[in-house]
Design a protein around this ligand. Structure first.
Ligand SMILES: *Cc1c(COP(=O)(O)O)cnc(C)c1O
Length: 376
């Protein structure tokens, strides 16, 4: 059977060049060749992160790096603020619980975006808070937060600003050094177009000062150990994935960091125009470039839509997580996707909905997407 074409917000379609790089002979990770490879990866990844801060490399999924941030940046008597607007904000809260860190939570209805003023108010009310945990793109709802405005609030008050950019890195604007974001977390399997298994964290000077004071337990995730062995990593790294990442970064830099942002945003904009023209409702209040979340129309069953797309077109899009299961669909815009694929998924969605009895004029979504392309 042909593999499904992935229109999900991770893991994503991997370019052939990246897959071939991953298939190369494994090299020894304590030799100079590996250090040279990781140095070259590091210089390129810093351009995608848009930071001069140290980037640490972990062999894990993205959540491992989230846990590493909690374990390394905090002290047992710290108090932190968590923004919970979906599945991944919830993960920050659960990590704080797991480490017994006192945490305040701003809970948003899923699909809503945090208003920066809400953060300012929470910090005023609890002046003992010393760190903020948030997402760049809350992938479970397709919502992007206004981190530039939020950074102005945290920077003034010396609040450590920790951003889960696992899905958003490279496709949603983020300027860690300009804005004062202390830690940025990313994973290999989203916009970086590499299979799952690598996680990254950038660590600012201010964050390293907190690391020095941290008393929470860690071993595998120890930032100091990772820094000490920067270009070898403390443990056996996923060498093949690092080779794949090197090639993925070549592709990204050939396209240009700005162009990757622009084309992903264009795909998202075209998709939003298409589904709106089809009479569907966008789920998110502040939709971003990673994925477009759509409310499932009343009377239709999301399982049937997902199954139709898979069976008739070999296309995989995502449903919702937790209480959004059955309520939303998510179309991803990251990974190895071109305009022809984008028009394909919109046409496939139109036909699938039509078959299931949803009233629409066939072609109306594709046409709206074409108009967005024509104007761009
Ligand atoms: C995918 C994702 C994660 C989880 O990453 P894993 O690699 O599955 O551990 C965390 N946060 C966001 C925003 C994500 O999109």
């Amino acid at each position: 059977m042909k593999p499904e074409f992935l229109f999900v917000p991770g893991p994503v379609n991997v370019p052939r060049r990246v897959a071939l790089a991953e298939a190369r002979d494994v090299i020894y990770h304590r030799g100079e060749e590996f250090a040279e490879l990781l140095k070259s990866v590091d210089a390129k990844l810093k351009r995608v992160f848009r930071t001069e801060n140290t980037i640490l490399y972990f062999t894990s999924s993205g959540t491992g790096a989230m846990e590493a941030c909690v374990a390394n940046l905090l002290n047992s008597n710290d108090e932190v603020l968590v923004i919970e607007g979906g599945k991944f904000g919830q993960r920050w809260r659960e990590l704080c619980q797991a480490f017994h860190v006192k945490h305040h939570v701003i809970t948003l209805d899923w699909g809503r975006a945090i208003h920066p003023q809400q953060i300012a108010e929470a910090l005023d009310k609890h002046p003992t808070i010393s760190a903020l945990f948030i997402q760049l793109s809350e992938t479970s709802t397709g919502t992007v937060y206004d981190l530039e405005s939020i950074a102005k609030i945290t920077d003034k008050r010396d609040i450590l600003f920790i951003v889960d950019a696992i899905s958003g890195l490279g496709v949603v604007p983020l300027e860690p050094d300009k804005w004062g974001v202390d830690c940025v977390i990313a994973g290999s399997q989203k916009s970086l177009m590499v299979p799952p298994g690598l996680a990254f964290v950038s660590v600012s000077e201010r964050a390293w000062q907190r690391v020095a004071k941290s008393d929470l337990p860690k071993y595998y995730w120890d930032f100091n150990a990772a820094k000490k062995n920067l270009y070898f990593t403390p443990f056996t790294p996923a060498i093949s994935l690092i080779m794949a990442l090197d090639e993925a970064l070549n592709i990204i830099l050939e396209e240009g960091v700005e162009n990757l942002l622009a084309h992903t945003e264009l795909y998202a904009r075209a998709t939003r125009a298409a589904v709106t023209a089809m009479g569907l409702k966008l789920f998110s209040e502040r939709p971003g470039a990673v994925c477009t979340a759509i409310s499932v129309p009343v009377g239709l069953n999301s399982k049937e839509i997902l199954e139709g797309l898979r069976r008739d077109f070999g296309i995989k899009i995502s449903g919702g997580q937790d209480h959004l299961k059955g309520k939303i669909l998510r179309i991803g815009h990251i990974g190895d996707i071109g305009p022809k694929d984008l028009f394909g998924v919109i046409a496939a969605l139109e036909l699938t909905l039509h078959k299931l009895g949803y009233k629409l004029e066939l072609g109306v979504g594709v046409r709206a997407a074409m108009e967005v392309f024509a104007e761009s």
